[in-house]
Write a new protein. Sequence first.
Length: 540
Amino acid sequence: MAARVLSGIQIAEQNGPGHAVMRASTGVTAFVGRTLKGPVNQAVSIASFADFQRIFGGLWQPSTLSYAVEQFFDNGGTAAVVVRVANGGRPPTMVLGSGASALSLTGLIPGSREHLRASVDHDGIGANETDRFNLVVQRVRGANSELVEDQEIFRRVSVRPESGRYVVDAVAESRMVRVTGPIPSERPGITPPEEAGGVIGYVSANNDGDDGAPLTDYDVIGSAQTSTGLFALQGAVQFNLLCIPPLGRDQDVGASTLLVAARFCRERHALLVVDPPQAWTDAAQAFDGMRDWPFRADNAVMYFPRMIATDRLRGRPEIFASCGAVAGMLARADAASPLWSPIDHDEVLLRPGFRAACSVSDAERARLSQCGINTLSSVRVAHSLNTVARTLATGNTGATDWRYLAPRRLAQFIAQSIEQGTRWMLFAGNTPETWRRAQMQVLEFLSSLDDEGAFPGSLPGEGFFAICDGRLNDPAADPQVMQLLYGYAGARAGEMHSFLVTHGGGGSGVRSAAANRYATSGRRVGEEIEAGLLRGLQDR
């Protein structure tokens, strides 16, 4: 799906009724935390650490996120979405002109690395237009740099409020600054060049930007109403993994943040990558700590222990939280083998230059696995233990499959793909023809996965179903809402995972539905499902 965001409106190409359901991405990782610079509470897509350096300033000691993003790309990640969160902070200011004709500007982005400059000229302004001037605002790479990263030009603006080009209103559209303070009665004078013979002069921002205080859980959680914190991702291009690095070098992410993040990920069919607490320095502490740890979720994963890597700013090895590296490894594994393939120990290895912060024996590995904790390693080890990656669902009720990482991510992938691939129904009539086309789309999609071995717990052709007809849709009751039911075989014989897709005026969503566990017997999927699942849905 190609997408871009303009003025808060997302414009995207979506599949239509004549297209196959496109397979959703699987390795796009979202990061939420503190950075050196860059837009605040905006989801920004990047494809390399060079992009992160250009937009967010690169590595910064107070920013655990900056190291996590670097380690993500170093371990095989290829696509990320970054949300900068700030606790306070102050943007820089500028004053143009002098005396009574001074015009004050204030930046929109807080931080000491927001390098702005501005210029005033009167080119093309008539001699009788004494209230008019041209304003140029630029963001440059650094102090005294001539490398311009962004530029805005406001032509023929005026200091008079009755003018159609009043400077306050014109600059209100800027992505970099706002006009602040009293507006002078006279226009600001031409900005003189710094050197004799120069053509254009600029006024650099004052050295009064501030980076703010260390983050709290409150800052990271943010607000759904104002799209701040992790909720800045709610209008972003779809992501698959979410990393919230520690709030500081010595401060873990709180349980409240993990709970909100897990719920947020569940609504978006994504996986939360959780760092083990800093206090868990060996396997025994991790095993004991997990008993009282307040967080469990079948859409979250943890790899223990933390890892050792070189801090390029300090020039020495340091212990880091591993969420970024783990997300990179999972993205790398997705590119090497099908998503539904069980991830074993040898497939998730840290790349050279990274190593586990402590050793874990086979016996400890087995005990941790039973708790839902996977083991991180940088080398292949000769051992007889066969462990499969798990989620943090241990102790939770729900499908047995969701205790394991591969089937849980497969369910998320299918839900993302079908929800996105059938959104065209929102613009089609709530008619039997629409239902038929949607059902055929989903059946073809599930059939292609079945052909590739995604549903090993069933006979070929009997491991999935899709229903979209009058039993689920009633145009007379609500013409704006359309529903589609699909399911596929789980790992255990006779187990079926079923989901209800809803498209309506309030948006699209997918939720699980309880199906007859023997619905896959023989070729009577439709009849078995109708007898139990559909009847139960109609009673809600």
